[in-house]
Design a protein around this ligand. Structure first.
Ligand SMILES: [Zn+2]
Length: 249
């Protein structure tokens, strides 16, 4: 018998062993996944990608999966806001034309822990704002200013208009034309202090540190953010946008 032929049974045995290990591992993985993801499984909701997003839950790598699902489904988005205690009264969609309108429209007048002067916007914009308020704005106020935010001030979300740039209108439609953005001008704290971007952004105190921190943190929850450092048009507000390519300035 040649050496070649003697080696073959050994090779076949090794291949079978590898196959059985891979198969067992896959089976074990599937069973583990099934146990973990069952509705009454031991995995906390904020670690379970099949569960609904909870605004106040700790942020994990699963949070983004849950949030993307809510952003893409208006009923799910409304349910998340409702559960969080966000004041978002559903309205029928605003249909204007292909450039303007509000899908998943609602009247937003409060986030989970603070008031907001009333604004009509789309659910997705309200949801991103709620996540920012919960996970960025309130923690920053507590840590930097030793207070809480009682109210956030906005100057508009829906506006059927073209984009404004420092060189004038450039012909493209603004994200405001579909309420995919909201403009925030400042906050009022529970201790009575009022902060505005116009007056406090360039100040020396903790107010500026707070505003810069919530600006930077907004980039984690919105897809495009423009603030006072971007250009003069944004000297008095953060433009927080639900669409875009991750630009943050
Ligand atoms: Zn804007």
């Amino acid at each position: 018998m040649s050496e070649e032929k003697q080696r073959r049974p050994g090779l076949r045995w090794a291949a079978l062993s590898v196959l059985s290990v891979v198969f067992s591992a896959a089976l074990f993985g599937l069973v583990a996944l099934w146990v973990l993801l069952r509705p009454d499984g031991p995995l906390p909701d904020h670690w379970n990608p099949t569960k609904r997003l909870t605004v106040a839950a700790p942020v994990t790598f699963v949070t983004r999966v849950q949030m993307m699902r809510a952003l893409g489904d208006i009923a799910e988005c409304r349910a998340v806001l409702d559960q969080a205690g966000v004041a978002f009264a559903p309205m029928s969609d605003l249909e204007v034309d292909e450039n303007c309108g509000i899908a998943g429209r609602g009247q937003l007048s409060g986030l989970a822990n603070s008031r907001l002067n009333r604004v009509e916007t789309r659910c997705a914009t309200a949801l991103r704002l709620a996540m920012w308020e919960e996970h960025v704005v309130q923690p920053a106020a507590r840590e930097v200013l030793g207070s809480e935010v009682a109210a956030i001030t906005q100057i508009g979300s829906y506006n059927c208009r073209k984009m404004r740039t420092s060189r004038g209108s450039d012909g493209r439609w603004s994200s405001h034309a579909k309420a995919n953005a909201i403009d925030i001008t400042g906050v009022r704290l529970t201790d009575g202090r009022r902060l505005t971007l116009l007056e406090d952004w360039d100040s020396d105190g903790p107010e500026a540190a707070f505003l810069r921190r919530i600006w930077r943190g907004s980039c984690d929850w919105f897809r495009l953010v423009l603030g006072p450092d971007y250009n003069q048009l944004h000297a008095d507000h953060f433009h927080l946008e639900n669409t875009g390519w991750g630009f943050c300035r």
